[in-house]
Design a protein around this ligand. Sequence first.
Ligand SMILES: [Zn+2]
Length: 233
Amino acid sequence: MSQISQLLKYQEKDSELLKIEQEIAGSDERKKYAQTKSFLNKASEKLDKLEAQSQGILTRLETLNKRYGEICETLKDFEHLDDMVEGGADLSFYQRNISQLIDKLKTLKGEIAALTSSAKETTDEYQAMKKKVLVAQKQYPEQHAALQEFKKSKQEQTDKISKELQSIAKEIDGEVMRKYQVKRSERIFPIICEIKADRCSKCGIELSIADKEKVSAGKVVECENCHRILYKA
Ligand SMILES: [Zn+2]
């Protein structure tokens, strides 16, 4: 049982450390820094995507422009239609051909115009994103420094608490201490809880028969539900 009183003493001191940790986690300094960091990560992916999109549009535009040029070349062949007709060619056949080619040209023109406007949109989006990234890249080291500064302002306090914790931990079994630290890293807190009326006082679940027997024998058990370390006062 003396282990438990030491553990409770440790936990009480540890809660002071946790409070500072939470203060840092909830600070404006950390929020701003985390926001910028996450933005920069996402922006990098977005810029890559826009670049690939833009490359795709350019390739398609090249193909369409080439096709447009080819049709214009073909149309040139009909410049001397008068001579061809005089030579006995079927006028209506060539007229049909020409009108089909002109229709194709119109369609291509429309497609090229749509792609060009889409290329412009992509470029504008890229530029706007790039501008934001430049601002964030400038802010990032400043925000990082501000966070470090805030942490430093708490350093003396945390060092003092850590020292006291180390001193209390000397009285506690190493294996128990390790177990405590694992739970602490899993964000369980408080870790040591009292059993009240055969139930975990934190989550309310009832102890198993086996655990009740262990507790009667003066042992410490773990809650099956919230995994806290349970003791009987
Ligand atoms: Zn529980």
